[in-house]
Design a binder for this molecule. Structure first.
Ligand SMILES: Nc1ncnc2c1ncn2[C@@H]1O[C@H](COP(=O)(O)OP(=O)(O)OP(=O)(O)O)[C@@H](O)[C@H]1O
Length: 866
């Protein structure tokens, strides 16, 4: 086995531990500053505790009002209970690092006192800081000061204690630079843990306001760099061991990210960014920002977050609560339709076929195909009387039913009614009865409606069906599919073929959603829902009867039915997110889509229906597309959202823009921006180019590897840092050769690598710290092999089966999408890359510390030894 290891010529990360200890007067100044900030932080937590105590006691009082009273008063009580519970969750969610920054503004800067600046529950004025110390202001000469934190807090006298990070005034904290200070003199990052201030880091922004002084109050400060904000805090965040859950970045949002976070919520905002550029983080902070900026609208309509997998959604689930927001509905495309689970799997190629826009036409044809005019009159015998269903009557009934514009199953009702009337006329004439008498007509109609002949013939003309039933027929009957989808090749149709009763796959779900629109609820579905309701009511009554008996509540005053009514009357106590999640036709105020490059046109159509105002944040990376061929542009990928390609007729506008942008910006260059009014939906594109996760050596290897496979990233990124020995490539002999006790050479190398990386992590961050992922095309087999080693099996044992919680996880490249680990052990990258270059790109760019490649086959260049 040969091992190559490349170390860039860089110093290790300047983690706080690695910095030289302060000595003498500097250390004393530092301690003084920490003490000053500790008093402020104590004040902020005191305020948080006060608000929490108030909310808890309000909730207790509300709940003590009991379940009695009028329907309206119960509704009000439930609404208050939901409100206070939500408030408590919000306040509990912001406990960690409640305050993380301080802004010293120029005393003469109008922005410092601008009305509404502190936002949230603030009254707007930039108030004098509580617990101020003379040493904190020093040479600045009494500037306005604001403490920036997760939520806005005021004291009982309505003085600002903490400025909400989303307030307009707080933009300077994230965006001010020496060349554009935005009224900011100094930016301070305050590092806290469990309510204790551990350190402060200052950046001087506006040196002129200090009269040229290089330090403030004896506290050393560095001049603000034009590139990164809060570099020390940023590098510390990037170097921290991963714990299986994404953290927020609220303390260190960079200027290019902040501009995206706070962009207006209208229209479609596309954020294209290479691996680790903070797209997910930015999207989540943007949700929190939009809730702040448009609270009234979004609290009524809600926000939908779409992620690539349930694992990914668990990975990010802590971020929004830590930003004080809890009301977001998160889902995968596979879980988009309430009550339907996609448990099946299929190849990326088959999923791609199902995602194509043509299905809108094909499915419309399929539904129309359920409405048929018979070739000739169809005989029907009702109570011994011979009638016929005539093609002309069917045609007329159809055109009347379609006129209403209702979906198929709902339009069936007027269709059937009209035909019943015609058959009633025939029956009355044949039996010489008075067709003008309403009573006579009613019983004749009922006889016809319940006759088997009539039911069968009418159903053949207008078949009621469910989305699942119709889709199953489409996949199971090749002749039907060929008739309805001549656009597909024979091989494509064959790929779609599936036997009846097979599990639905995630790519089926947008098709089910489309069919649900076209079909509407079927009688069957309605009847099933009614049956479920009835059963639930029976259970409730039984439960209530038991409760009455066991607690002696009865005495003739409370009946089981009354009690059941109260228990069942839980409508208002559901949160908005719970109601939205359960309702397929819910329309959201904003939709955020992560890993958006994966969605096909049908998924976009389904999402467009959920947000008719087309307020979207779409984040993704075309180079991370899972499959053989990525979409060539975001316009192409998003066409189904109602955005049309621009009329330049040639090269993709993004690529065009990107080319120009890359020429214009430096290594840690800025962003791209294009605003276009396309179709009816304004589309705006931002590009992130700085990678905060992956060390530069690994990132460059990933770029080279996919380029050598013919897919160079159109939007490459530059990493903010590099680490020594962050890329190791272990080449082993042919996979079949045995080595040692029974395993192949490849197995031996993987086992060794995992053990070595565990030991290295033990040393770097402690025995429980950090996360390692083994990424391979056949994860189950590798998990079984690794589990044969007791220590590795223990490291893979996830509490509650949550793969993100285990220190060692084994997964395929697609599952690793959006996640990150301290170390990735990547098995046979050549095989992954040949199947899908985007998957290789994803897998190679997951680590924050080291990529360890194990290969027995040919390697893409970038991974070959130098
Ligand atoms: N401003 C920042 N401060 C601190 N950490 C940051 C910042 N921006 C991004 N990060 C960190 O970088 C890592 C990558 O971020 P994120 O997952 O959002 O990137 P991404 O663009 O969605 O990546 P990918 O497409 O590769 O999944 C995360 O650990 C995130 O916390």
């Amino acid at each position: 086995m040969s091992t190559s290891s490349r170390s860039p010529q860089v110093a290790p990360d300047p983690t706080p531990e690695a910095l030289p200890a302060d000595q003498g007067p500097e250390a004393a100044a530092r301690e003084r500053e920490i003490a000053v900030e500790q008093r402020v932080v104590d004040g902020a937590y005191g305020e948080l505790d006060r608000r929490l105590a108030e909310a808890r006691s309000a909730l207790r009082r509300t709940e003590a009002r009991g379940a009695s009273g009028t329907h309206q008063s119960r509704g009000e009580r439930d609404a208050y209970a939901v409100h206070y519970s939500g408030l408590i969750s919000t306040l509990e969610g912001v406990e960690e690092r409640l305050v993380f920054g301080r802004m010293d503004m120029r005393a003469d800067d109008p922005a410092a006192t601008e009305a509404g600046g502190s936002g949230g529950d603030a009254d707007g004025a930039g108030a004098p800081p509580p617990g101020d110390g003379a040493g904190a202001t020093g040479a600045v000469g009494g500037p306005e000061r604001h403490y920036v934190g997760r939520i806005g807090l005021h004291d009982a006298a309505r003085r600002e204690v903490v400025l909400d990070w989303r307030a307009p005034l707080a933009r300077a904290f994230y965006q001010a630079t020496a060349s554009d200070p935005m009224g900011l003199v100094r930016r301070r990052h305050i590092d806290t843990r469990a309510r204790r201030v551990l350190g402060v880091e200052d950046e001087l922004i506006d040196i002129s306001a200090l009269g040229g002084a290089g330090s403030v109050g004896g506290q050393p400060a560095r001049l603000a760099a034009e590139g990164l904000q809060g570099e020390g805090a940023l590098l510390a965040a990037m170097s921290a061991a991963r714990d299986g859950r994404m953290g927020d970045i609220v303390a260190t949002i960079q200027a290019e990210q902040d501009r995206i976070v706070t962009a207006p919520g209208t229209g479609v905002l596309v954020v294209q960014g290479g691996p680790g550029t903070g797209k997910t983080a930015v999207a989540l902070h943007r949700v929190a920002y939009l809730f702040y900026a448009e609270r009234e609208r979004l609290e009524r309509s809600g926000v939908l977050l779409v992620g690539p997998s349930r694992t990914f959604l668990r990975y990010v689930e802590q971020v929004l609560p830590s930003l004080g927001e809890t009301g977001v509905v998160s889902t995968t495309i596979g879980d988009l339709v309430p009550g339907i689970r996609a448990r099946g799997a299929e190849s990326a190629a088959t999923a791609e076929i199902k995602g194509r826009a043509m299905w809108a036409r094909v499915l419309a044809r399929a539904v129309k195909g359920l409405q048929r005019v018979p070739d000739g009159p169809r005989p029907i015998v009702v109570e011994g009387t011979a009638l016929e269903l005539r093609p002309d009557d069917v045609r007329e009934a159809m055109s009347r039913a379609r006129r209403g514009g209702k979906p198929h199953n709902l339009a069936r009702e007027p269709f059937v009614l009209w035909l019943l009337e015609r058959l009633t006329d025939q029956f009355a004439a044949a039996t010489r009865q008075d067709a003008s008498d309403p009573e006579t007509r009613a019983w004749i109609r009922e006889d016809i409606r319940t006759s088997r002949d009539a039911r069968r013939e009418i159903n053949l003309c207008w078949m009621p069906t469910t989305p699942q039933g119709l889709l199953e027929r489409l996949w199971a009957r090749p002749a039907l599919l060929e008739r309805l989808a001549p656009e597909l090749t024979g091989a494509e149709r064959e790929a779609l073929r599936r036997s009846p009763g097979s599990e639905l796959t995630p790519a089926d779900i947008p098709l089910i959603d489309e069919l649900a629109e076209l079909l509407g609820p079927s009688d069957d579905a309605q009847a099933q829902r009614a049956r479920l309701e009835a059963r639930r009511r029976e259970e409730l009554v039984a439960y209530a009867a038991e409760a009455i008996e066991s607690q002696e509540l009865g005495g003739g005053i409370v009946t089981a039915e009354m009690l059941a009514d109260r228990v069942a009357d839980h409508g208002p106590s559901l949160t908005l997110a719970e109601r939205a999640r359960a309702d397929r036709s819910w329309t959201y105020g904003h939709v955020v889509v992560d890993e958006a490059q994966e969605l096909g046109a049908m998924a976009w159509r389904a999402l467009a229906r959920r947000c008719p105002v087309r307020s979207f944040t779409v984040v993704g990376d075309l180079a991370q597309y899972s499959g053989p061929t990525a979409p060539s542009s975001w316009e192409q990928a998003l066409r189904a959202l109602g955005t049309s390609p621009s009329a330049d007729g040639g090269r993709s506008p993004q690529a065009d823009h990107h080319q120009r942008g890359r020429r214009a910006r430096g290594r840690h260059g800025g962003r791209g921006r294009r605003v276009a009014q396309e179709g009816s939906t304004p589309l705006r594109e931002e590009i992130l180019t700085v990678c905060y996760r992956t060390p530069a050596t690994v990132m460059e290897a990933a770029d080279a590897a996919v380029a050598s496979l013919g897919h160079p990233p159109v939007y490459p990124v530059s990493s903010v840092r590099d680490l020594p020995d962050c890329l190791r490539v272990d080449r082993v002999g042919p996979a079949g050769r045995t080595e040692g006790a029974g395993g192949t050479a490849l197995e031996g190398a993987v086992l060794t690598a995992v053990r070595e990386e565990m030991a290295a992590l033990d040393e770097a961050v402690g025995p429980e710290g950090g996360r390692i992922a083994v990424i391979a095309t056949d994860p189950e087999a590798w998990a079984a092999r690794l589990a044969a080693d007791a220590a590795l099996a223990a490291a893979m044992g996830a509490p509650g089966g949550d793969v993100l919680r285990s220190r060692l996880a084994v997964m395929g490249p697609v599952m690793s999408k959006g996640l990150e680990f301290d170390v990735v052990v990547l098995v046979e990258p050549g095989r992954i890359g040949r199947a899908s270059p985007g998957d290789l790109y994803v897998a190679m760019t997951r680590p924050t510390r080291r990529l360890r490649v194990i290969s027995s086959g040919p390697l893409p260049s970038g991974l070959t030894a130098p």
